[in-house]
Ligand binder design. Structure first.
Ligand code: SF4
Length: 108
């Protein structure tokens, strides 16, 4: 089940596929982000990286390892996800945020 505070950040902010009313399922990126970051930490990090307004339509380089990591266990993968199935070139919001974080590794 989604939590509104995370849904506002991840889905409404970053996902072009998000539709209200389907709060019982979420992508695996959402699960990973919610498990590892408080909403406050998530907002701080996203502010640091200053993603472009059009990030929802971003076409990241296809990373099969990230697809394996996130998509194979995702709620949406079972019924078919256009990105994971290579039909669409734009992934969901959770995937985009995880990809964004991986592109900006923290220096100790
Ligand atoms: S791109 Fe599709 S399968 Fe991959 S995490 Fe997002 S919704 Fe799930």
């Amino acid at each position: 089940m989604k939590e509104k505070i995370y849904t506002d950040i991840i889905c409404k902010g970053f996902c072009r596929y998000y539709k209200e009313g389907r709060e019982e399922i979420h992508c695996n990126g959402y699960v990973l982000l919610r498990s590892n970051f408080t909403p406050y930490e998530l907002k701080i990090m996203l502010n640091l990286f200053k993603p472009k307004k059009e990030i929802k339509k971003e076409i990241p380089d296809r990373d099969e390892r990230l697809i394996d990591l996130l998509c194979k266990g995702c709620d949406f993968f079972i019924d078919g996800c256009d990105y994971a199935d290579n039909i669409s070139v734009t992934p969901c919001g959770g995937f985009l945020i995880v990809n964004l974080f991986l592109e900006h590794p923290f220096e100790p």
